[in-house]
Design a protein. Structure first.
Length: 315
């Protein structure tokens, strides 16, 4: 990574590389020109302390582009190495240029501003079609989330373990990136389709949703589980990292940076975290591609840095 970083040169260094080649060729050409023409123009010898070759060599040394060409990459490499010693890997000097022009910092929420160690605090049946019980719903949710890596998956599995529910066999498992998971499970000798994820993934699969569910608001993060026609909601809480409010305050007051938050969680959860950490602007209910689009759009307007910790932040 460090080797690749050193090859990603900033704009000023790329300019000096191009300039250096032209400059070097010009100086060497002048060396030969002076060596060969001075004896005829000024009547001096070719050799000796006063000769044209000696004088031309002095010119070549004095006009050497070494210091000019080496100075810039040396400064950038020193910065890259200094960051590496502190455990920070830069993609190259171009990153330092970008940081110098940075006016806005966008933060992911879960795992970045918060610890990312979610706790499932409650499970609720929203639409009860008597196809399975609350305990069976928790067992199925834990079974389908067992191999997932999202913090919600870990929280659901821990919650199921505390409740002591038995394991369930999941068939036809499939992960829908940015939305959720799906599969099938046998309940009371009946094979039922299972979907777990955000409301954009779950709600379109329900023919009729009561108005009170659509209008229901919560400050907690919510994941929905649909088993057949029975709808469950899982409620999660997260903890703000202890040092985050102080860090963000310093960025705003001392460095005059604009701070925004990007999250895939619903708006009420985003409002709660934003107030706690001191962020004025945020975007909620974002899928990974929506996050990327917002970052791209904001970057066109002004220098922007993105801070994230998860797979969906990698782009």
């Amino acid at each position: 990574l460090i080797n690749e970083a050193q090859e990603m040169k900033p704009k000023v260094e790329r300019f000096l590389d191009r300039f250096g080649k032209i400059y070097a060729i010009t100086i060497i050409s002048l060396f030969f020109f002076f060596s060969l023409t001075f004896p005829f123009i000024f009547g001096i010898p070719f050799f000796g302390m006063e000769g044209s070759i000696y004088r031309s060599l002095a010119f070549l040394i004095a006009a050497s582009p070494c210091a000019l060409i080496i100075a810039t990459p040396t400064a950038y490499l020193s910065a890259i190495n200094a960051c590496a010693r502190k455990g920070i890997v830069l993609k190259g000097g171009i990153t330092l240029d970008a940081l110098a022009s940075c006016k806005t910092i966008a933060f992911d929420k879960t795992g970045t501003l918060t610890t990312g160690e979610l706790s499932c605090i409650s499970v609720e049946i929203l639409i009860d079609e008597k196809e399975c019980s609350l305990t069976e719903g928790i067992a199925i949710a834990a079974a389908i989330e067992r191999n997932a890596t999202h913090p919600m998956a870990t929280a659901i599995c821990s919650y199921a373990e505390k409740k002591g529910v038995s394991s369930v066999q999941i068939d036809d498992f499939k992960s829908i990136s940015g939305f959720g998971l799906q599969g099938t499970a046998k309940i009371n000798n009946q094979s039922l389709p299972i979907f777990i994820g955000n409301k954009e993934f779950i709600f379109p699969k329900i023919s009729s949703i009561p108005a009170d569910i659509l209008s229901k608001k919560s400050e907690y993060m919510i994941s929905f589980l649909l088993i057949g026609k029975t709808l469950f909601s899982f409620h999660f809480t997260d903890t703000i990292r202890p040092n985050i409010p102080a860090v963000l305050k310093k960025l705003k007051e001392e460095h005059h940076l604009k701070l925004i938050m990007l999250t895939g969680d619903h708006e009420n959860s985003a409002i709660l975290v934003a107030k706690e950490v001191g962020i004025d602007s945020f975007f909620a209910d974002l899928r990974p591609e929506a996050k990327l689009q917002i970052v791209s759009d904001l970057s066109l307007k002004q220098g922007l840095a993105m801070v994230g910790d998860g797979i969906n932040d990698a782009p």
